[in-house]
Design a protein around this ligand. Structure first.
Ligand code: CTP
Ligand code: MG
Length: 236
């Protein structure tokens, strides 16, 4: 399985002076946790990190510390996530048939989630990890701030990554997106706009996207909790 990790953002909503993926989280960087989960997923044999040149040095050091040099390639990203994934698709090895795309900022995804998404790609051409929404969602008129509609919550899912695709089909969808000027925030949306089916794989409630400072605090809490559970299971 080939894995692309979009990591070329700036982390504007984090309010930090550097890429949020390089911020510390329980003794490691955010992206190191993401890479560790990918490393522990046995089916992933190639990882493309899509980044900006000013982060190369830090990324390379993290990859070296994890002993991942043989598996990782660096690919220069673009101005938006969509542009970065497009660049990533150009950087895939020629023999790549399937690809998982996983945001560097989702540093709590488990190896099991990567494996379940990879397995599902054997039987479909497009999938995303997602979870049923817990909140009631409102559609709001941006001008008046008045609610227009309350969609039936039982049909609503919150999109996560990994998202997985047949490489040729996803390349085609990205090309269509560029040709027609579509602006989307995930790759599934390009598939959908091309009229192609995208399957849901049950995601994880803990698979949050580190976006604002409070997410770092929550992520630290979850990682500590996991470490405690592991320690308990090793010394019952
Ligand atoms: N990303 C990317 N290329 C971009 C923008 C984002 O590869 N030009 C990546 C980010 O590094 C992140 C993932 O896409 O891993 C999801 O994006 P997001 O959480 O929005 O990260 P940022 O764009 O860095 O954050 P912000 O939107 O707050 O600036
Ligand atoms: Mg962004």
């Amino acid at each position: 399985m080939h894995l692309l990790i979009p990591a070329a953002g700036s982390g504007r909503r984090m309010g930090s002076s550097r890429n949020k993926l390089l911020l510390p989280l329980l003794g490691q960087s955010v992206i190191a946790w993401t890479l560790r989960a990918a490393q522990a997923a046995a089916s992933i044999e190639w990882i493309g990190i899509i980044g900006q040149p000013h982060d190369w040095q830090d990324f390379k050091q993290i990859v070296a510390e994890l002993g991942l040099e043989g598996k990782v390639q660096f690919i220069q990203g673009g101005a938006t996530r969509q542009a970065s994934v497009y660049c990533g698709l150009q950087g895939l090895p020629a023999d790549a048939k399937h690809v998982l795309i996983h945001d560097g900022a989702r540093c709590l995804a488990t190896p099991d989630l990567f494996e379940r998404c990879g397995a599902m790609l054997e039987v479909c051409k497009g999938l995303i990890a997602a979870v049923p929404v817990k909140d009631t969602i409102k559609i709001v008129d941006p001008a008046t701030q008045i609610i227009e509609q309350t969609p039936d919550r039982s049909n609503l899912w919150a999109a996560q990554t990994p998202q997985g695709f047949d490489v040729e089909t996803l390349r085609h969808c990205h090309q269509e997106g560029r040709r027609l000027g579509w602006e989307v925030t995930d790759d599934a949306a390009l598939f959908e706009q091309c009229g192609l089916p995208v399957k849901i794989v049950m995601g994880e409630d803990t698979n949050l996207k580190v976006t604002t400072p409070v997410d770092l605090t929550i992520a630290e809490f979850i990682l500590k909790y996991r470490a405690e559970l592991l320690a308990e299971s090793q010394n019952p």
